[in-house]
Design a protein around this ligand. Structure first.
Ligand code: NDP
Length: 345
């Protein structure tokens, strides 16, 4: 919130801070390190809903024992270029770190490959999972099922998660084109942060428990969020439920909600990543795909007022690397209490 006291720290300090809190709560390094990196990068990207604030939920689910703090994810090849990581009931970033290189290799060899992250708990931003795959020269989609808090278009009862979709396209000599958003009007973390900052929700985001529109974040969290774009976002959200749920043997958000113990942490649920190698899909037509995509993006940029998804994020990361990140001091104090080790440091 404007005027709220803030503490400036470097991105590396944020990563170290997150790591010490996670370790201090007994999380094994194999799990803690990729989470701490994802959290610090989200802060650098000025995406606070997936930054340090997320530690509250991560720690909640470690302490309640719902997540396996010593999880050892395992990779297996299910068939051809379909790979699966069993997350051993740990967190998704460690499962992703276990399978990402194999996905890249399988897509390069076969033209297309898929990786299912299963038996894990997902809480992070999808762009973080896409970036290394797209930077390796592949186009990639990612889907995950979020916490069950979204009503289908026209309905009043929660059925779906906030269910983000992300897509990335590689560009030579440039950072990739990546978009990544929830299929709800807003991500749940953003509604929570707006509640903490005393802000009202825009119209069309949420309904209260009796199904009436509400601008109040607390009423929205007790009620439900709406899909973005009416029936269109609702259908996309349903697609995500199917792709990242039954298709890969993972729960739908509604099934996962039945297992929720209220510790504030991520629900059980996996992620599906599908990667394609454009050089193979393009029938070997040299770099034709690159040139034509480049011309397409250039046309978009010619229009005043148009910016491409990720432009803001890349600029924010550069800024944060130079000047550090700014974290609300009250949040930082709250987080320090999560670990005696950090709190006394
Ligand atoms: P936003 O509504 O903020 O949309 C983000 C995407 O849209 C980004 O790619 C962003 O690019 C792009 N974008 C935003 N404004 C513009 C614009 N004017 N022109 C062009 N592109 C634009 O995201 P959400 O709040 O819906 O989601 C935030 C995050 O929450 C996502 O990273 C998602 O993965 C995560 N999430 C995770 C869940 C989980 O369970 N794991 C559940 C739900 C959400 P840029 O970044 O450059 O601004």
């Amino acid at each position: 919130m404007i005027g709220e006291p803030a503490t400036v720290m470097s991105v590396a300090e944020a990563e170290d801070f997150a790591l010490r809190i996670l370790r201090g709560n007994g999380l094994a390094d194999r799990q803690a390190e990729p989470i701490a990196r994802a959290i610090a990068l989200a802060e650098a990207a000025e995406c606070p809903s997936h930054g340090l604030y997320r530690l509250i939920g991560y720690v909640g689910s470690i302490r309640s024992g719902r997540v396996n703090a010593a999880a050892q994810p395992r990779l297996c090849r299910v068939a051809g270029s379909f790979l699966r990581v069993d997350g051993d009931s740990g967190f998704a970033p460690a499962a992703h770190a276990t399978g990402a290189s194999a996905l890249i290799e399988a897509a390069r060899s076969n033209g297309i490959a898929a990786l299912a992250l299963t038996n894990c708990h997902h809480f992070s931003a999808l762009w973080h999972d896409l970036d290394p795959i797209v930077e390796a020269g592949l186009a990639c989609w990612a889907f995950t099922v979020g916490q069950c808090i979204v009503v289908p278009h026209g309905g009043t009862r929660r059925l779906m998660g906030t269910n983000p979709i992300a897509f990335g396209w590689p560009r030579s000599g440039e950072k990739p084109f990546v978009f990544d958003f929830a299929t709800s009007a807003a991500a749940r973390g953003q509604v929570e942060l707006m509640g903490r900052a005393g802000k009202a929700l825009p119209e069309g985001w949420a309904i209260d428990a009796s199904g009436r529109p509400t601008p109040d974040p607390a009423e929205a969290l007790a009620g439900a969020l709406l899909p973005f774009g009416g029936y269109k976002g609702s259908a996309l959200s349903m697609m995500v439920e199917l792709l990242a749920g039954p298709l890969i043997g993972e729960p739908t958000s509604r099934e996962a909600a039945a297992l929720d113990n209220g510790d504030g942490g991520p629900p059980p649920g996996g992620e599906l990543l599908i990667a394609v190698d454009p050089a193979i899909f393009n029938f070997g037509l040299a770099d034709d795909w690159q040139q034509r995509a480049k011309a397409f993006f250039a046309e978009a940029r010619k229009q005043p007022g148009v910016r491409l998804p990720s432009d803001r994020r890349y600029a924010a990361i550069q800024r944060s690397e130079r000047h550090g990140i700014s974290v609300p001091s009250a949040l930082l104090e709250e987080l320090k209490k999560l670990s005696p080790v950090v709190g006394t440091a």
